[in-house]
Design a protein around this ligand. Structure first.
Ligand code: CDP
Ligand code: CDP
Length: 230
C-alpha cells in the first residue's frame, strides 16, 4: 500500500484552495479539513453572542468563552463533504456569508483562538492521509508536511469567483463589496503578528488565474504522486 502523506494548501482568499483540496482528498481517499471553516465558526459564535460586530470587538469576552465552543465536522453524504457544527448545531450555511467574511480576519488575529484551533487541526492530521487548506498549514500546523502548496491569483479573478458563488447561493452582494473584502483580508492575514499568511520556504507556488479546476487538479495530483513515491 502507498504511504500516506500530509498535504498543506495555503494561500489567499478565494484562490480555489478548498475546491482543489476536496478533489485531491477524494482522489487519494484522504480526509479533507477546511481550517478556514473553523475560524469562520468561532467568528459566527462571537457574532451571535455579542462579542463582535462591525463597530466593536470584545476580545477578552470571546477568549473567556473559547473553552465552551465545541467544533466538529460531520460528513454529509448528500453534499459530499464534511459540514461544520458548532456545539452540535449545523452552521455550514451561516459561516459562509459575507458578513462573517468581513469579521473573520479580526478573530483570526487572536492568539488564543489560533492556539485552540491549531491544536485541534494537528490532532485531526496526526495519522497523515489528510489534505488541509488555510493560511498557516504549511508554516505552523504541519511544518513537516510532505507536500506544501501556496495558491495565488489576481484579486479581481478571486473576487469574481467569490461573487459568482455568493450570488448563485442567493446572497445580495456587489462585486465591489466582495473585492474590498478579499483585499482587506489579504492585508490583515498577511500582516498579523501571529502566524501571518506567508509562503513556506518549501512550498510550491501555483498561480491559478488562468487554470481551470481540472487543470489545477491534474497538476497537483502529479505532485502528490511524486511526494508519495519519495
Ligand atoms: O475561503 P476563503 O479563502 O475566503 O477563507 P477561509 O479559508 O474560509 O478563511 C477565512 C479566514 O480565516 C481567513 O481570511 C483568515 O483570516 C482565517 N484563517 C486563518 O487565519 N488561518 C487558517 N489556517 C485558515 C483561515
Ligand atoms: O478555498 P478558497 O477560498 O481558496 O477558494 P474556493 O472556495 O475553493 O474557490 C472559490 C471559487 O473559485 C469557487 O466558486 C471555485 O469553483 C472557483 N474556482 C475557479 O473558478 N477556478 C479555479 N481554478 C479554482 C476555483
Amino acid at each position: 500500500m502507498d504511504k500516506k502523506i500530509t498535504i498543506a494548501i495555503d494561500g489567499f482568499s478565494s484562490t480555489g484552495k478548498s475546491t482543489l483540496a476536496k478533489q485531491v482528498a477524494a482522489h487519494l481517499g484522504y480526509a479533507y479539513v477546511d481550517s478556514g471553516a473553523m475560524y469562520r465558526a468561532i467568528t459566527l459564535y462571537a457574532m451571535e453572542n455579542g462579542f463582535i460586530s462591525p463597530s466593536h470587538f470584545d476580545k477578552q469576552g470571546l477568549i473567556s468563552r473559547l473553552q465552551d465552543i465545541k467544533l466538529d465536522f460531520r460528513f454529509n453524504p448528500d453534499a459530499g463533504f464534511a459540514e461544520m457544527y458548532i456545539n452540535g448545531q449545523n452552521a455550514e450555511k451561516k459561516i459562509r456569508t459575507l458578513e462573517v467574511s468581513s469579521l473573520v480576519s479580526h478573530v483570526a488575529e487572536v492568539s488564543e483562538v489560533r492556539a485552540k484551533l491549531v491544536e485541534q487541526q494537528q490532532h485531526m492530521g496526526e495519522n497523515k492521509g489528510v489534505v488541509m487548506d488555510g493560511r498557516d498549514i504549511g508554516t505552523v500546523v504541519f511544518p513537516n508536511a510532505e507536500l506544501k502548496l501556496f495558491m495565488t491569483a489576481s484579486p479581481e479573478t478571486r473576487a469574481q469567483r467569490r461573487f459568482d458563488e455568493l450570488t448563485q447561493k442567493g446572497e445580495a452582494v456587489t462585486f465591489e463589496a466582495v473585492l474590498k473584502n478579499v483585499q482587506e483580508r489579504d492585508y490583515i492575514d498577511s500582516n498579523r503578528e501571529d502566524s501571518p499568511l506567508i509562503q513556506a520556504v518549501d512550498a510550491i507556488a501555483i498561480d491559478n488565474s488562468t487554470l481551470s479546476k481540472e487543470e489545477q487538479l491534474e497538476l497537483v495530483l502529479g505532485l502528490a504522486q511524486e511526494a508519495i513515491q519519495l
